[in-house]
Design a binder for this molecule. Structure first.
Ligand code: PRP
Ligand code: MN
Ligand code: MG
Length: 183
C-alpha cells in the first residue's frame, strides 16, 4: 500500500486538535443559536469533512444544505476572482439564521461574491464558520465569525482540502511536499 502520508512534509493540525476545536465550535454555536432557525450551508467540496463533524457537534435542531461554486477558468491553485454558482441551495432562506460552513478562508473572494447573493434572499442573519483561515492571503474584506485555526501561507491539504482533487480524505491538515505540486 502506498499511503498518502508519504507526500506530506509535516502535520499542521492533528486529528486530535481538529476534534477538540470542532467540539468547542459546536458548543459555542449551540449556545449562540439557541431558539433560532439555524441552517448550515456547506460550500462543496472542501467543506464536506468539517460539515459532517461540525453538524454532529451542534446540539440544537438545525437544517443542512449544500452549494457548489466554482471560479471561472484559470489554473486551479489561484482564484480568478469570479465565482459561479454551479449548484444552488434547495432551501428558502427567508427568516433563516444561515451559518456558512467552509474548510478555508483564503483570499476571501469566494465568500465576497457569495455573501451578497445569500443576503438578498431575506435570511434573518448570515455568518461564516471556517475551520482554517490564511489571513496573510486576504484580498476581500471578509473575516470569519467562527474560526478553527489560522494557518501560514503554505500548501495545506487534508480534512477536505485538496491538491488536484486529492488528499481531501487525510484526517489531519498537513503541508504538501514541494516535489508533489512542482512536478
Ligand atoms: C477552496 C476552499 C474555499 C475557497 C477559498 O475551494 O474550499 O471554498 O477555495 O478560497 P478564497 O477565499 O480565495 O476564495 P475550491 O475553489 O478549491 O473548491 P473545492 O472546495 O471544491 O476544493
Ligand atoms: Mn471550497
Ligand atoms: Mg480546491
Amino acid at each position: 500500500m502506498q499511503s498518502m502520508d508519504r507526500d506530506i512534509d509535516h502535520i499542521l493540525v492533528s486529528e486530535e486538535q481538529l476534534q477538540d476545536k470542532v467540539a468547542a465550535l459546536g458548543e459555542q454555536i449551540s449556545r449562540d443559536y439557541q431558539g433560532r432557525d439555524l441552517l448550515l450551508v456547506s460550500i462543496l467540496k472542501g467543506s464536506v469533512v468539517f460539515m459532517a463533524d461540525l453538524m454532529r457537534a451542534i446540539k440544537i435542531p438545525c437544517g443542512i444544505d449544500f452549494m457548489v461554486v466554482s471560479s471561472y477558468g484559470g489554473a486551479n491553485t489561484e482564484s480568478t476572482g469570479l465565482v459561479k454558482i454551479v449548484k444552488d441551495l434547495d432551501a428558502d432562506l427567508t427568516g433563516k439564521d444561515v451559518l456558512i460552513v467552509e474548510d478555508i478562508l483564503d483570499t476571501g473572494i469566494t465568500l465576497s461574491h457569495l455573501l451578497p447573493v445569500l443576503r438578498m434572499r431575506n435570511p434573518n442573519s448570515v455568518r461564516l464558520c471556517t475551520i482554517l483561515s490564511k489571513p496573510s492571503r486576504r484580498k476581500a474584506d471578509i473575516e470569519p465569525d467562527y474560526l478553527g485555526f489560522e494557518v501560514p501561507d503554505e500548501f495545506v491539504v487534508g480534512y477536505g482540502l485538496d491538491f488536484d482533487e486529492k488528499y481531501r480524505n487525510l484526517p489531519y491538515v498537513g503541508v504538501l511536499k514541494p516535489e508533489i505540486y512542482s512536478k
